[in-house]
Design a protein around this ligand. Structure first.
Ligand code: DGY
Length: 333
């Protein structure tokens, strides 16, 4: 945050690119902020701002969709907050290379719902839920193979806030947990349930040991297509892949092949390279694939948690204090 005279309070002009309940707009105005809302329906073309944004200094938007070309209308923006954790659209535009703009994201707001979704997928696979649903159609009374989770290992690739929440829940089931991340020495929380945390250099060994591999990776140059056929073939025979990060971490056609060859027992995919997943995509018809519509993050508290974070940061911004959840724009998360 650029330095400010002690006690001076900024009165920001906030431009908001999504629908927000009126209560939050009122709260911002009560703090003295000028607020303009022009929602962008994310599956439609980007709207051109209808109001003068010359003096706008704060932008609230969705980093996974907004490439920030709007900055040409808003040359004085100092802080961008992303309603998503992922900020890949912003980063791909390379705006960060010559900009002092501070970017914050909603890291932490989605960790628990994504961890609960992951648990649901692990339990569904381990107890054969898909098979039960299919067998019911034919009144089939066939014994269904199971996996003992208390004897199973989960490898969490991309071990951030989401990974920590997944680890805590997997440990409660008695699983062995390995976290795998770029910087294994950097602790996010004092309490961490993982049995082991290793660097990305040990990814192949983690894949070979894990009965469940969970991807909670951001979309960056390093993670793009990391899971190609060669990498997928490093996974343990009969294991499961769960992706709750970003779709472009996997070469989807390679995953289809590896699943069809029977090397992997199944996959649960919440994110895809193209979203919505095209209707003719093979994943839709594969019995061993669970498809969810980029929904793992969702919870009834989504708006509350995000706005609590944003309002805390808004007060920090106005008072010249450091912001929380500042993204490293070069790393992309
Ligand atoms: C995120 O926060 O990045 C989730 O994918 C939902 O957008």
């Amino acid at each position: 945050m650029s330095s400010q005279t002690a006690n001076a309070v900024r009165t920001p002009f906030i431009y908001i690119r999504r629908d927000l309940p009126e209560i939050y707009i009122e709260e911002m105005k009560k703090l003295g902020a000028k607020v303009a809302v022009e929602p962008w329906e994310w599956n439609k073309e980007e709207p051109t701002p209808k109001i003068d944004l010359t003096n706008c200094d704060v932008l609230l938007t969705l980093g996974m969709r907004d490439d920030l070309s709007v900055l040409k209308y808003a040359p004085n923006v100092k802080w961008v907050h992303s309603f998503s954790v992922g900020i890949e659209a912003m980063i791909k535009s390379n705006f960060q290379n010559n900009s002092d703009i501070i970017v914050t994201n909603s890291k932490g707001c989605t960790a628990i719902p994504i961890a609960e979704h992951t648990l649901a997928m692990i339990l569904a696979f381990s107890r054969g839920l898909q098979t039960m649903i299919n067998n019911k159609k034919d009144c089939s009374w066939e014994t269904i193979p199971t996996i003992d989770l208390a004897l199973a290992t989960v490898g969490i690739i991309g071990y951030g806030q989401i990974g920590l929440a997944i680890a805590e829940r997997c440990k409660a089931l008695g699983m062995r947990v390995i976290g795998c991340k770029r910087n294994p020495d950097k602790k996010l929380e004092e309490h961490d349930d993982a049995d082991e945390i290793v660097g990305m250099g040990e990814l192949d060994s983690v894949l070979a040991q894990s009965d469940f591999v969970v991807l909670s990776l951001p979309s960056t140059k390093e993670t793009k297509y990391l899971f190609d056929k060669e990498k997928l073939k490093k996974m343990k025979k009969g294991s499961y892949l769960i992706n709750v990060g970003r779709g472009d971490a996997i070469i989807e056609s390679d995953l289809v092949e590896v699943l069809n060859e029977g090397l992997l027992a199944g996959a649960s995919l919440d994110v895809f390279e193209v979203e919505p997943l095209p209707v003719n995509h093979p994943f839709w018809t594969m019995d061993n694939v669970i498809v969810s519509p980029h929904n793992a993050y969702f919870s009834s508290q989504h708006m509350e948690h995000n706005m609590e974070l944003f309002m805390t940061n808004l007060k920090n911004y106005m008072e010249g204090n450091s912001l929380i959840n500042v993204v490293d724009k070069q790393l992309g998360y």
